[in-house]
Ligand binder design. Sequence first.
Ligand code: PEP
Ligand code: MN
Length: 589
Amino acid sequence: MIGAFEGIDGAHSQLALDAYFKARALTSASTLGTPSFRSAAVAVSAGRADVGIVPIDNAIAGTVRDGYDLLLEFDLVPIAEIVWRMDHRLLGVPGATLDGVREILAHPLVMAECGKFLASLPNARAVPCEDTGIAAREVARSGNAALAAIAPPSAAVRYELIELAPRVADHPENFTRFIVFRARGSSDPGYAVDESDGPRKTSLVLVTSNAPGSLARCLAVIAQAGISLAKLESKPTLGRPQQAEFYLDIDGDLLDPDHAGALAALRSAALDLRMIGSYRANAHVAVAAAAAAPHVPLSVIRDVLPKPPKSASSSSATPRAARDSRPHGTRVRVDGVEIGDGSFTIIAGPCSVESRQQVLETAFSVRDAGALMLRGGAFKPRTNPYAFQGLGWDGVGLLAEAGRATGLPTVSEVMSIDQVERMASQIDVLQIGARNMQNFDLLKAVGRTGKPVLLKRGLSASIEELIAAAEYVMSEGNPNVILCERGIRTFETATRNTLDLSAVPVLREKTHLPVIVDPSHGVGVRRWIAPMCRAAKASGAHGIIVEVHPNPPEALSDKDQALTFDDFRAIVAELERVPVFTGATPVEV
Ligand code: PEP
Ligand code: MN
């Protein structure tokens, strides 16, 4: 027996389904996680699962229309109702505190159930997450103390999280009603029969005309049959103002032959009656009885539940960066821009910020051409101490101003630990330059900021060393690392460095972090940048970073590789013709 639910292990639906199987001694039954309520319905319709589960309403948030609508749309047969107590707790990684939380991952329905609690945390914003289990898993994987999830205590045990706040739902008596269903025509899963002697409920959708008294006539039929109404909620009928629709739950089995007369009368009183079906009411009695149970501390639950299996990735030397710790890849969010989401992100701007006029002019030009982020160095790692060293904090201020003026998030290099905090307050992405890739204390310092980090590969660093450097940042609790291939030192002198594009598929296979390419520093010669931009996109990179200057011959640093505004526009146009690679890893076809 297989039961389909929305989410991954630890989701409330899965817990409810599991408990249901256990209560019926279906010990060999297993659960199948699917991406949505709809896909759970599809799995059952297509015979990939014997039963499925969807919520139909919650005591605080109200009707889950999707639940009723999917049962109707797929003509599924409801078997049983499970009234499940939603024990929502705020969970974080070990060491996290409630005060330190800035983002809370939660299923949108759960957010609605915990509105008062969420409003009591002014410094934290709620981020919708596809499922409760995923919310808990993502927090665990992030290792980030600023991230928390709303999930049940069993998810805390499974994902080794701690409780930051107990029972965070708006009311302790917070129940969701789930429906377990099967496909019509499928063989009876075998236990519906033993349900037959318990109390039953019937769900249906009733359509009435908007004329006065039409709903009352239908309700009178139900009253006369001596059965009570458990729920009545109107359902918007878009585009049909002359009729009204209602979700109805009735205590009793309206399909029972005893009620045949009532059902026929109801059908004739209504414009239309769409029967969802009748099912065993409140099938999971044990949980319902626990409604008034006191809050159970996590420490007690932890002792009772089996320990979670250790993930394979924990044996890796770089467990946080390893691909298997996040098989679907990481998206690094920088304001509205997401790197690693399957699109191709172009970052452009001058090598160095030289003046207000220069950075503003460049910022507007690259933005209008299609760049999504603005780069610009203020602290420059120059080989010669007498070369232009950057404008320092004045440059940071000018870059931030250009970012605000254009709406582009900004990227700038941070060279020392004492610059980190101030830079993090003004700039959106902290760049670690090639020369600092193994400056481990600096890596830890940017790790502690939680800000997105653009980590460049060292001049003579192996791919393994680049991943280990990323692990340094992540080990401090910052999962927001973007890797950058910018060329390495080889015996070749024709180009400034040797742009190792083969690092792209290798990195994407070995890690879940987004990978971008810097062809400017890779080849060092203006006219060779465009072909390598195209190659970078074709190789599966998530984006590029290039240097652009209003007047390259006058650039104070890296003038030979600075693109003109026209060059940049041409590159963006050419890149349009290179398809973006959408597989999870470039080696996956
Ligand atoms: C830069 O991006 O301006 C820079 C100095 O790059 P890298 O550290 O890759 O040399
Ligand atoms: Mn440069």
